[in-house]
Design a protein around this ligand. Structure first.
Ligand SMILES: Cc1ncc(COP(=O)(O)O)c(C=O)c1O
Length: 458
């Protein structure tokens, strides 16, 4: 099977597939196989929607039993047993980690649907129209969410003036010496600044598409305090950084803040099934019945998978594995950035990046990594960050193997300018990668023995 059918029939808008021009067929945990049986290590996790890897066996079992029993599949917002079980499981987590009461709103299935609902609710609850969004933010591509998104190329595609949002500087935007919350407060204090009091600020604690920039805990606390003082709502878009990607289920937990609205999607279902939820602080749930709706708010297969995923997350095995691969990635990124001063560590938890000197370098690293059968993408306003989004269930040996391949890709890309220290450090990383590291220019077909040893036959 070749890729010609996609090029002929699919819109020009397709994107990721251009960087990985093969036809994928099967997948298990951190591994994917194309139709020819070639094995790839996945560090993209379907843009962060597969935190539990591909086809997690415990989640799959629950889902297969549910489907096999002819239980409800789609139910708009009707009450179903699957939804009740998800709500019970999820609310346990919410009450264990928050002091304030929250309600859940099931929105349309994609992240941008959740963001649209959050912005509408904030405007309705406060009677104000402006939303404060941050530099390099990404909140989705439907018009309301797009207005809150920073990327100029994404915004241009909107085809309309994107209004209702004011742009504020994210933590660190002017370097470490500038407190941007103080700056924001000055804007809001000054009747001549041109800024109106917003209904809400919307932010990502780690900017997934914006280059893995991280908001520090003190910055988040200061912004939350500013919001309280001014009666501004705080929306955390935890669509990418949440669901355990940064450690705790809610990425803002370590900062000790409690947002008014939280947007969740991507890995919420744990199986890649579309599902989005808003957590709404009870006091601001001012919707009229049916005022905001959507046909696909009742993906019961997603509810079943999401409840099962929350149970997987509670196991020591899952958490130990997550910590172990995070430590491996941490150490590797520290080594590489020490060896190559032009590269800088970005991100937090298992949402990590390595900022390169420019987008061409980062994109070459990803291309060369793919030649070594590792799938990863760039991020950032100029595509300058190599982004690592492994499954939280990735096996440590596979993490080492993938990083050794990426180390070779980096070395090959920046060889002409590398430092002496860099040469040795990267080689050391590659040689630590374990006995099963594959060759630099692999043959088309993976050895069956390797696939079998990894526990999955394509
Ligand atoms: C933080 C954040 N918000 C919103 C979205 C939009 O989600 P979706 O692509 O499912 O609409 C994304 C997608 O990458 C995201 O990372």
């Amino acid at each position: 099977m070749n890729i010609e059918i996609f090029a002929r029939a699919e819109s020009n808008v397709r994107y990721y597939c251009r960087h990985f021009p093969v036809v994928f067929a099967r997948a298990r945990n951190e591994l994917m196989w194309d139709v020819a049986g070639t094995r790839y290590i996945d560090l993209l996790s379907a843009a962060g929607s597969l935190n539990y890897g591909h086809n997690h066996p415990a989640i799959k079992r629950k889902l297969l039993d549910y489907i096999d029993g002819d239980y409800i599949a789609q139910a708009i917002d009707l009450h179903t047993s699957a939804k009740a079980e998800f709500i019970a499981e999820f609310m346990q987590l919410v009450t264990a980690t928050h002091a304030q009461p929250y309600r859940l709103m099931f929105t349309g299935p994609t992240g941008t649907n959740a963001v649209e609902a959050a912005l509408k609710l904030a405007r309705k609850a406060t009677g104000r129209t402006r939303i404060g969004a941050f530099t390099n933010a990404f909140h989705g591509v439907s018009l309301g969410a797009l207005a809150a998104t920073g990327s100029v190329s994404k915004r241009r595609a909107g085809g309309l003036p994107l209004d209702g949002v004011d742009r504020y500087p994210y933590d660190g935007y002017f370097g470490t010496g500038t407190d941007t919350v103080a700056m924001i407060e000055r804007y809001l204090d000054d009747p001549g600044s041109g800024y109106e009091l917003p209904a809400a600020f919307i932010l990502e604690t780690v900017q997934g598409e914006g280059g893995l920039k991280v908001a520090s805990d003190p910055w988040l606390r200061n912004l939350a305090a500013l919001c309280r003082r001014r009666d501004i709502l705080l929306i955390v878009d935890d669509i990418q950084a949440g669901c355990g990607r940064c450690g705790p289920f809610f990425s803002y937990s370590a900062a000790g803040i409690e947002p008014d609205i939280v947007c969740l999607s991507k890995s919420l279902s744990g199986y890649g099934l579309p599902m989005s939820v808003l957590m709404i602080r009870e006091a601001i749930d001012c919707w009229e019945p049916g005022e905001h709706n959507g046909t696909f708010r009742g993906n019961n297969h997603a509810f079943v998978a999401a409840a099962a995923a929350l149970q997987v997350r509670k196991t020591a095995e899952f958490q130990d594995n997550r910590r172990e691969i995070e430590a491996i990635l941490d150490a590797w990124i520290a080594d590489v950035s020490a060896a190559h001063p032009a590269s800088r560590p970005r991100g937090r938890g298992l949402m990590r990046g390595l900022e390169m000197s420019d987008g061409a370098v980062a994109s070459d690293v990803c291309r060369l990594a793919f030649e070594r059968r590792v799938i990863l993408e760039t991020s950032g306003p100029r595509g300058e960050v190599v982004k690592f989004m492994p499954a939280l269930t990735m096996r440590p040996s596979l993490m080492r193997e993938a990083l050794a391949a990426v180390a070779e890709a980096i070395e090959q890309t920046i060889a002409p300018t590398r430092t002496k220290a860099g040469t040795s450090s990267l080689r050391t990383q590659a040689s630590h990668a374990g006995a099963r590291r594959t060759h630099v220019h692999p043959a088309k077909h993976e050895e069956p023995a390797i696939a079998a040893a990894e526990g999955a036959a394509p």
